[in-house]
Design a binder for this molecule. Structure first.
Ligand SMILES: O=c1ccn([C@@H]2O[C@H](COP(=O)(O)OP(=O)(O)O[C@H]3O[C@H](CO)[C@@H](O)[C@H](O)[C@H]3O)[C@@H](O)[C@H]2O)c(=O)[nH]1
Ligand SMILES: [Mn+2]
Length: 939
């Protein structure tokens, strides 16, 4: 097979797990991955104290800060010089061989291609030409994937230092404000209980409550979502103080109560057990309420609407809120102005701004069973929002929701930082928010646009059949990019700097990675300016940042009209980088009065963005099926940097589609989105020179990887067909050919082993990554290439559906039932063809040897081995295709063996194929009876 390939670690191909247990025990890891989540949670009792990400500690060594490495705090004054995060690089014993091998492989590969070009195959020129093109592409894409990994960096937040610098003795804190956006689009397809859990985990996270606001955006506009959030707000008054009192981890109740053991903080064990029993009972009630919401709302409506005639009379039957008011959004019985895609905007405050001072709870009493005396009972602000939807408007999916959230939140809380979580992701580590903030307030951090966390998933089958955990991508590629300009933005679990979202330039440019300042300086503009005195003073005084309009690389706001017609909103922009929502002690500069709420509804209106810069110059980027990568790209080309934050226990955990069809569709969407960027004005080849050179390479990689499909289809079919046709890619290999090939393959493996070592993943995951890479290439990537080319040529739009978070099988009996549900999609056609071609190819070869037609069985074995290599990669796919039968792996093998035997028997026994006049005697390469000396290239 194309020697350059090892399963690219692009986003689509890959696996996303990340369990400490895997990392420590190395080998037996994967089998226990499912249950290791339990272990992990049990270990989560003690909140992390700057605990390292789950990488192999032996592989990394601290980077020493130079004399300039003194930190300044948010006021710019060098108050405390201890850094809020530590930086590590890979130990020399790993790093040097790693880099040398990459170089060696590059040379060997070049020599290999030169050999191939100079050894023409006159028999079948088309094979020769196409295969060389393929090899060239594989080598090139390997390089694109490998080069940005030359300088991996590991950063570890130091929460103890953060605490000392920002938290005061009286329990208040000067940490910067943080707005958290949760996006949801359907209370059924995205189970509402899971969304409620995410919100509860956010409300209970460890962050100064008066500086933290949670926004839930509901693109369905349904009352059910709103009421589930109202219930959550109610339950939070118990859940949150309970978490604080006993140091509960994780703080999503569902995952907490699922734990087999319930460790506790502090000494009051009996009290803890009693409290937990109480809360558990309340949680069960809460769950029951959430689960009956649909019928409750229905019943309430029936009661209210009893007077209205029942059948098809065209009289609208409204949906009623609990307080007897008509719901503004989507009605249960949809009518004009009240259906999905056609309803008014809604902004409702469920929990208002908390007080600035602590609010200790009451001791246990008759109507209050839990003793919360001494526990702060304040809750962060919680806002429900559903933007206006109108027919004929393109609402731009998640990107549109995020932009609406950005504007509404500016009016209500205007925090300088924004964290986005998809509705199925909850906070698994209560310190996650603080950990992310470390990278925003540390040394040089004012040029950091966003902090991307790895995406971790639960509910993935223990062997991670379709590489859902994507660990090679997260722990390898994204971490490595931290050593360049920073990780690519890949969606949920990302913390943003608000002014970056507003399209501002960074205060200065310093994109050269610590290891390649020279290289960075050579190709990229690495102008370094110390923050001006004015800016420093402004921050120190906690006043409006006056430097915003200044300087080429100072904050450069876009023209006012770019932001839309809301003076109130535009007025918030100068304070957008202000760390505190308080002007003077205790006086909030933002309010949630009726006027502000009305303005918030206005700025989320569907016409608001017309003739503004939203979706192009600022905010999340529009007109693409994946808004994430391109939004981050537009920040990087301005010279902003990003950071990767991988903490342990995992910061956030979500759900992943373990069903083959769902997974293929997800990857189809991602790869289509990637190609769209390539064919747009955001093609990374033309991005500004502020882009770090190797960062550019990484972007070229992530916007071109689906093209691999074209070449891989060739390489997974033609060699197998060679056994039938007798035309081979390489006719007479020489010793040097084998030497080059050997080096190319050996270095591939050693590089992988080193990479797996520093990334802290397992070799098994590396194989899974490769397997899914091939499956995706033959199906989703190929479809993506076709789709995008159609879009580019015929200007046809591409539509996509939500990734399902609903388990399709019976969850009670088997948590992974969804894995075995087969839903047919045309995406499956190519991998099926490839499987058959490879089985048939090797069967024919086998038959030819048996038959005495070919005598060099050893040479044939090489080719057959390659066919098996392809089959090995497509094995998970075949397993999934068999559905329930695939549960027994033998079935796959039996199915394959059966096809093999049938083909071989048929070949030997049917003279029509076997004898002269068959296909294989047509070419000049090999004739019946002629000694087999053509040899298929790839062992
Ligand atoms: O009209 C819409 C459609 C989607 N969403 C939300 O967008 C998020 C992501 O959608 P999902 O279908 O779950 O996509 P995934 O493939 O699971 O998500 C990954 O890929 C997306 C880009 O394709 C990123 O936006 C996500 O953050 C990333 O986790 C979910 O919270 C949705 O509720 C909306 O708010 N409005
Ligand atoms: Mn999702």
């Amino acid at each position: 097979m194309a020697p350059a390939v090892a399963g690219g670690s692009s986003r689509g191909a890959g696996c996303k797990c990340g369990f400490q247990v895997c990392v420590c025990s190395g080998s037996a890891a994967v089998a226990s991955a499912g249950s290791s989540l339990e272990v992990e949670r049990a270990m989560a009792v003690t909140p992390v104290e700057g605990q390292a990400a789950p990488v192999d500690g032996e592989s990394w060594v601290g980077v020493e800060l130079g004399p300039d490495g003194v930190e300044t705090d948010e006021s710019g004054a060098g108050v405390d010089d201890r850094p809020v995060f530590k930086t590590e690089k890979i130990k020399g014993v790993l790093l040097h061989p790693y880099r040398v091998l990459i170089f060696v492989r590059l040379i060997a590969f070049t020599l290999f291609v030169i050999w191939r070009i100079s050894h023409k195959n006159p028999d079948t020129m088309w094979l020769w030409v196409t295969s060389i093109c393929g090899e060239f592409w594989f080598g090139f894409s390997w390089l694109l994937d490998q080069l940005p990994k030359l300088n991996p960096i590991n950063r570890i937040p130091d929460l103890a230092v953060l605490r000392q610098r920002f938290d005061r003795a009286d329990g208040t804190s000067t940490l910067p404000g943080l707005d958290i956006f949760v996006t949801t689009a359907d209370p059924i397809k995205e189970p509402i209980l899971s969304t409620a859990n995410s919100v509860l985990s956010i409300l209970a996270a460890d962050y100064p409550v008066d500086r933290n606001t949670c926004y839930i955006s509901d693109d369905s506009g349904m009352l059910m979502t709103y009421e589930a959030m109202a219930e959550s707000a109610k339950f939070a008054t118990l859940w949150v103080p309970f978490c604080r009192k006993h140091g509960i981890e994780p703080r999503g109740p569902e995952s907490y109560f699922e734990l087999k053991s319930h460790p506790y903080m502090g000494r009051a064990h009996d009290e803890f057990v009693n409290d937990r029993r109480r809360v558990r009972k309340e949680y069960d009630d809460f769950k029951a309420k959430i689960n009956s919401l649909e019928t409750d709302i229905q019943q309430r409506n029936d009661l209210h609407n009893a007077a209205v005639p029942q059948n098809g009379d065209g009289i609208p039957r409204p949906t009623w809120m609990a307080d007897g008011v008509q719901w503004q959004g989507t009605w249960v019985e949809p009518s004009a102005n009240h259906r999905k895609g056609d309803h008014a905007g809604i902004v409702l405050v469920l929990i208002d701004h908390p007080s600035h001072d602590r609010l200790p709870g009451a001791p246990a009493s008759a109507d209050n069973a839990l003793d919360f005396s001494g526990v702060d009972t304040r809750l962060p602000m919680l806002v429900y929002m559903s933007r206006e939807k109108r027919p004929g408007h393109n609402h731009q999916k998640k990107a549109g929701a995020m932009n609406a959230l950005t504007r509404a939140s500016a009016l209500l809380s205007n925090a300088p930082f924004i964290l986005n979580l998809d509705c199925d992701h909850y906070i698994n580590n209560s310190q996650a928010l603080r950990a992310g903030i470390c990278f925003m307030v540390g040394r040089d951090s004012d040029t950091v646009a966003f902090v991307q966390f790895p995406q971790r998933f639960e509910g993935v089958d223990p062997t991670d059949l379709y590489a859902n955990h994507n660990r090679i991508f997260f722990d390898g590629t994204l971490r490595a990019l931290d050593g360049m300009q920073g990780p690519i933005y890949v969606g949920t679990g990302c913390l943003f700097r608000r002014i970056t979202v507003y399209g501002f330039d960074p205060p200065r440019i310093n994109v050269g990675g610590p290891c390649f300042p020279a290289l960075g300086g050579l190709f990229a503009k690495t102008k370094y300016e110390k923050p001006s005195m004015e800016m420093t003073m402004a921050r120190a005084n906690q006043a409006v940042v006056p430097a915003m309009a200044k300087g080429k690389h100072g904050f450069l706001p876009l023209p006012k009209k770019t932001y839309g017609k809301s003076d109130k909103f535009v007025d918030t922009i100068p304070r957008a980088s202000h760390p505190s929502p308080y002007a003077a002690e205790g006086i909030r500069v933002v309010d949630s009065g009726a006027e502000t709420l009305a303005e918030a509804v206005k700025v989320t209106g569907s016409a608001f963005e017309q003739k503004t810069g939203w979706g192009s110059e600022l905010g999340w980027v529009y007109d693409t099926v994946t808004e994430d990568v391109v939004t981050g790209y537009r920040m990087h080309i301005k010279g902003w940097r990003s950071r990767y934050c991988s903490i342990y226990p995992h910061a956030f955990i979500g759900t992943a589609p373990i069903n083959l069809t769902e997974r293929l569709f997800q990857v189809l969407r991602w790869s289509t989105g990637s190609l769209e960027i390539f064919f747009s004005k955001n093609n990374p080849l033309f991005g500004s020179t502020y882009l770090h050179p190797l960062q550019r390479v990484a972007y070229i990689n992530i916007t071109t990887y689906p093209f691999t499909a074209i070449f891989l289809i060739f390489y997974t079919t033609v060699p197998a067909l060679s056994f039938v046709t007798g035309h081979f890619i390489v006719q007479r290999p020489t010793t040097m050919f084998y030497v080059y090939l050997g080096i190319v393959l050996a270095t591939l493996l050693i590089i992988a082993v080193l990479e797996v070592k520093w990334a802290g993943v397992t070799v098994f995951e590396w194989f899974r990554n490769g397997q899914f890479w091939m499956t995706a290439s033959c199906s989703a990537y190929l479809a993506a290439v076709c789709q995008v080319l159609t879009k580019v040529i015929f200007r046809r739009d591409i539509s996509f559906k939500l990734t399902s978070k609903l388990p399709a099988g019976d969850e009670k009996k088997d948590p992974y039932a969804d894995l075995y549900v087969v839903r047919w999609t045309p995406l499956m056609i190519t991998p099926i063809i490839i499987i058959f071609v490879n089985i048939i190819g090797s069967a024919v070869a086998f038959a030819k040897v048996l038959d005495g037609e070919w005598t060099h069985w050893l040479k044939v074995a090489g080719g057959v081995f390659f066919n098996f290599w392809v089959l090995f990669h497509l094995y998970p796919f075949a397993k999934g295709l068999l559905g329930k039968h695939g549960k027994t792996p033998v079935v796959v093998l039996v199915w394959w063996a059966f096809t093999f035997v049938i083909t071989a028997v048929l070949y030997i026994n049917i003279p029509h194929i076997h004898g002269g006049g068959g296909k294989h005697s047509v070419g000049h390469g090999m004739h019946h009876g002629k000694k087999f000396d053509g040899y298929y290239l790839w062992p």
